[in-house]
Design a protein around this ligand. Structure first.
Ligand code: GTP
Ligand code: MG
Length: 194
């Protein structure tokens, strides 16, 4: 699906800039710094494809990539406040309009940092997806940063939170973009969406 055939299409800053909805797409959503861009790079095996950085708020546009015959979308992080209020509000509005109003969006991957678990802002996005009947699946990121028992506790908590969301897949995906955990699994899951 991803090998050698991923290209950047465009960065979008407003709903009317979205490419024509002529093929299926998946997207990666989550708080700033959770590891969305790094995960896309790990999936594609191309380090610099999606710009990743330690500075929260790195991704500031809805970035479209083609992978085979689907769109893969890297979103700006939500919950990032270190910018003028008007700018933050514009991003949040765009994000919500996109997540609830894109007809070809087949699955949203909601990324949650394994160390932090689901925060209020994650709950808000998951509820928006419930209301919009957009299927989503949670990916736990940075699992390399946790030991086994701490990871288990975090997973149990997240599973319990997910049970309340009708649009959620119950199955969590555990990943480390750094170490490669879960990347083949995620590739297979994406390949199975059609
Ligand atoms: P925004 O674009 O700001 O919303 O952030 P993002 O969600 O795209 O995060 P990004 O991929 O830029 O990663 C943020 C930081 O986390 C970077 O310093 C990455 O190197 C680090 N990081 C991402 N994934 C992992 C991981 O699996 N393990 C570890 N240890 N660090 C990671
Ligand atoms: Mg990013």
């Amino acid at each position: 699906l991803f090998a050698g055939e991923t290209t950047f299409v465009k960065g979008v800053v407003a709903m009317d800039g979205l490419p024509p909805a002529d093929r299926m797409e998946i997207c990666f959503a989550g708080r700033s710094n959770v590891g969305k861009s790094s995960l896309i790079n790990a999936l594609t095996g191309r380090k610099g494809l999606a710009r990743a950085s330690n500075t929260p708020g790195r991704t500031q546009e809805i970035n479209y990539f083609t992978a085979g015959d689907i769109y893969v979308v890297d979103l700006p992080g939500y919950g990032f406040a270190n910018a003028p209020v008007a700018v933050v509000e514009k991003w949040q509005r765009l994000l919500k309009n996109y997540l609830s109003g894109r007809p070809t969006l087949r699955r949203v991957f909601v990324l949650i940092d394994a160390r932090h678990g689901a925060k209020a802002v994650d709950e808000e996005i998951m509820s928006l997806l419930d209301r919009s009947a957009v299927t989503f699946q949670v990916i736990m990121t940075k699992v390399d940063k946790l030991r086994g028992d701490a990871l288990e506790a975090s997973l149990a908590k997240t599973r319990a939170a997910l049970a309340k969301h009708p649009a959620a897949f119950p199955e969590l995906i555990l990943t480390s973009s750094e170490k490669g955990d879960g990347i083949p699994t995620l590739r297979a899951i994406i390949a199975g969406i059609s």
